[in-house]
Design a protein around this ligand. Structure first.
Ligand code: ATP
Ligand code: MG
Length: 763
């Protein structure tokens, strides 16, 4: 057995191996992309199990359920089926499971509902309406984000109301009632037996803080903790980990500050810095070799991230082949960009004998998938979109699930609102309002009003409402006595939902009906599983709100091109990667360009995108794009300008002129016939607008910088760069659109820039 242990440790370099073998005490690895952080966690878990640690004593926290699934598969390969016992998953899925067990301690029913974002916002909208608040000042999204960030910083509604600083800030912006809304929202969730996403972490903290017995129990259960992607944890998550690790202090976290991309959701880089303070005897391991990517890709990534001021310095290098240079493709329109990418995939695949699986297209925003999808479909390239709307979020699925929710937790107000009059049974909005008012008056839940409708409501509506309550009660009996599948089918039929969908013979209607069938099939499979003891519909329901589209992937091994946002690509790798839409106001996004912190987060996002590529990276941008229904012209992203030009290869398709006067915007493109979007509009019709003119532009160091005509640039000239400051041209090489200048900057030293992108002027 000892030999086997050694054998698999050989798949690690000396620093990785040292981190794997350091099983006791606090361990931290902060290292660049592709350096084997996730591999260290995987092997470390395997090593612990091999060394005799009980697999029930391990807790591994990953960023997605999919990542946990893949890691588990890997560990099973290394140590066998014993690995099935390991607690492994996202913070949300692991702690939702624990909260179900401990629910009574914090006053929740075991069958508490998890409100997804839509449920939460719908409840907030109802509250804002009831309170008659201005929906511009108190926009539901805005209020939701405020409450979310309060919870992630462990500020309860009561504390929010007591906090003088928060109160004066809210009052100053005319939103003095936010605290009150937070409080009403929390009470309504509590009464409905529901937790929202942030509550899962918030209530876990409450549980561990107020119930020392529970804290002690889990401290002893999870003797070894490991956290991947630690840079993206928020304060609430940080505290949970810290508390659980307090007795044994066997905690290992891995992350990369340069890949922190969830600050907007409360992720806090401070958690990495705190870690050193929290554990003075911390062992830190450095990983510097990137095993994922070619040298060119690693070098490009390094040259990008060097532009961020806030970062922990680290060295990342690759000993893999040098690889192709990074291609930059320019398109006239978003549609042409799709075409260029789709054609390139087909060509590369043909020439190199690759699979579609070897390719990924990454974009900044979900909306960009449309032009990519269209182009791929035209060329019959199979693809799969990751992330996006979850199967469980589709209307018909959520309707049926709401019936299930109500069956197990009849106080679930959002589920009730969804189905009380669907399919139509004559219980209109007014009736629903009366129910809510009666519940408020008598200090009971809406369900208590409904189940005694004769007493609380007028005769006119009481009959229909009473019948609805009887129906739900009959579902409760069925759910208790039958298998998950039988119960689900019964509810789908007797609620009238299946029939309602069946009578709709439109394509969409058929589609919805099929989706319901698919859900029922899934439940059937679940009913027949032999590896778990509890197979009731209530158990099936528990995690549904936490599942994403990717968890529902019916055919994970299909040979398809992967499409996803950069945010969902974190931790993944693909041989060939296309990062599309490198344009100002798109990437970096419009929201980010006025603050350094936000801009640096966008740059980290770009770093994440680039570092997904193993063999070949292609970056593209369009000079015009449909956004919010109008054709807007775009200029290349400042990030292109930051890439060290020696690693780039330009590939401009359909370019009529090779040396543009103005490298950022060429008006002559508007009359070009080669791009399909342009053929539909007349030149100068006013449809084309410069995005730059709509927004103040962010020039970071020098105010009012305007790049000048640099076609006459010569060696020896003095220049000023938008961000790099003053410098002197020491070399010019290349031709046509591929001219590179080597410039010696006073502050930064030597840099090679592509004049195409350089925001430069002659001084
Ligand atoms: P990210 O920051 O993107 O999450 P990471 O640091 O977690 O990256 P991994 O995903 O663990 O990196 O590793 C990147 C790739 O390199 C994987 O394919 C992994 O199997 C491989 N790899 C890492 N270390 C080694 C090694 N010592 N020998 C061979 N392959 C390795
Ligand atoms: Mg990783």
């Amino acid at each position: 057995k000892k030999d086997q242990v050694l054998e698999y440790l050989e798949g690690l370099n000396p620093s990785q191996r040292a981190a794997v073998e350091q099983t006791k005490g606090p361990v931290m690895i902060v290292a660049g992309a592709g350096s084997g952080k996730t591999r260290v966690i995987t092997f470390r878990v395997a090593h612990l199990v091999r060394s005799g640690v009980d697999s029930f004593n391990l807790l591994v926290l990953t960023f997605t359920n999919k990542a946990a699934k893949e890691m588990r598969k890997r560990i099973i390969e290394l140590v066998g089926p014993e690995a099935k016992n390991i607690w492994m998953g996202t913070f949300h899925s692991v702690f939702a499971k624990i909260l179900r067990v401990e629910a009574a301690k914090i006053g929740y029913p075991t069958n508490f509902t998890i409100y997804d974002t839509d449920d939460s916002k719908s409840l907030l909208r109802a509250i804002l309406r009831e309170q008659q608040l201005d929906d511009k000042l108190y926009n539901a999204n805005f209020v939701y984000n405020r409450i979310s960030s309060a919870k992630n910083n462990l500020i309860s509604a009561a504390e929010y109301l007591k906090n003088a600083q928060i109160q004066s800030e809210d009052t100053a912006t005319g939103r003095g009632r936010l605290g009150e809304i937070y409080q009403i929202y929390s009470q309504r969730c509590f009464k409905a037996g529901a937790m929202d996403f942030d509550d899962i972490l918030f209530k876990t903290n409450v549980l561990l803080r107020e119930h020392p017995d529970a804290l002690y129990k889990y401290q002893n259960k999870f003797k070894y903790l490991m956290v991947d992607e630690y840079q993206d944890t928020n304060y609430s998550q940080y505290l949970i980990v810290k508390k659980l690790a307090a007795i044994n202090e066997n905690i290992c976290v891995v992350g990369d500050d340069a890949q922190s991309i969830y600050a907007f959701r409360g992720a806090n880089i401070q958690n990495i810095l705190n870690f050193e303070k929290d554990y003075p005897d911390l062992k830190v391991f450095k990983l510097e070799q990137n095993y994922r990517s070619t040298q060119n890709i690693v070098n490009v990534a390094n040259s990008i991230i060097a532009n961020n001021k806030n970062q922990l310095k680290k060295n990342v290098f690759s000993k893999n082949e040098e690889g192709d240079k990074i291609k930059v493709a320019r398109a006239f329109s978003d549609n042409e960009e799709g075409k260029i990418v789709a054609e390139s995939i087909l060509q590369e695949r043909g020439v190199k004998g690759l699979k579609f699986n070897d390719f990924a297209i990454l974009y900044r925003t979900n909306a960009q998938s449309r032009s990519m999808e269209e182009a791929l479909r035209k060329l019959n390239v199979p693809y799969k979109i990751y992330g996006g709307l979850s199967f469980y979020q589709r209307k018909e699925i959520k309707d049926l699930i709401s019936y299930f929710r109500l069956t197990f937790n009849s106080n679930d107000e959002e589920a009730l609102k969804r189905v009380i009059n669907y399919p139509k049974r004559g219980i209109g909005d007014t009736s629903m309002e009366r129910i809510i008012i009666a519940a408020d008056q008598h200090k009971i839940t809406p369900w208590e009003v409904i189940s005694d409708a004769g007493r609380f409501l007028e005769q006119r509506s009481a009959t229909a409402i009473g019948n609805f309550a009887i129906m739900i009660q009959s579902f409760q009996v069925v759910a208790k006595n039958q298998t998950a599948y039988e119960a689900a089918l019964h509810i789908a039929q007797h609620s009238g939902l299946l029939k309602d969908l069946y009578t709709d013979k439109s394509v969409e209607g058929l589609n919805r009906y099929e989706n319901i069938q698919e859900l029922l099939n899934g439940i059937k499979e679940f009913s027949e599983r032999e590896d778990i003891e509890d197979r009731g519909l209530d158990i099936f329901m528990q995690d549904v709100a936490l599942l994403t589209n990717d968890d529902n992937d019916k055919n994970p091994d299909a040979d398809t091109v992967s499409l996803m946002t950069i945010h969902s690509a974190k931790g993944l790798e693909f041989p060939h990667v296309y990062v599309v839409g490198l344009e100002e106001n798109l990437f970096p996004s419009q929201m980010s360009i006025n603050s350094r912190a936000d801009l640096e987060e966008e740059r980290r996002l770009f770093y994440v995108a680039i570092t997904r590529a193993e063999k070949k990276l292609t970056i593209s941008y369009a000079t015009s794009r449909y956004r919010w229904g109008t054709l807007t012209s775009c200029e290349p992203s400042r990030f292109l300008d930051e890439i060290d030009a020696q690693f780039l290869e330009l590939e401009f398709k359909n370019t009529q002129k090779t040396t543009d006067k103005n490298p950022f915007f060429d008006d002559t493109l508007a009359s070009s016939k080669s791009a399909d979007t342009f053929s539909k509009i007349k030149p100068n019709s006013g449809i084309i607008r410069k995005t730059t003119s709509m927004l103040p532009k962010a020039h970071i160091p020098s105010e009012g910088f305007a790049p000048s005509d640099i076609s006459g640039l010569q060696v020896g000239m003095e220049v000023e760069h938008e961000r790099f400051g003053y410098g002197k041209v020491i070399n010019i090489e290349g031709n046509k659109s591929d001219i590179k200048a080597t410039i010696f900057f006073k502050e930064l030293g030597q840099k090679q820039l592509l004049l195409k992108f350089a925001k430069l002027r002659i001084v």
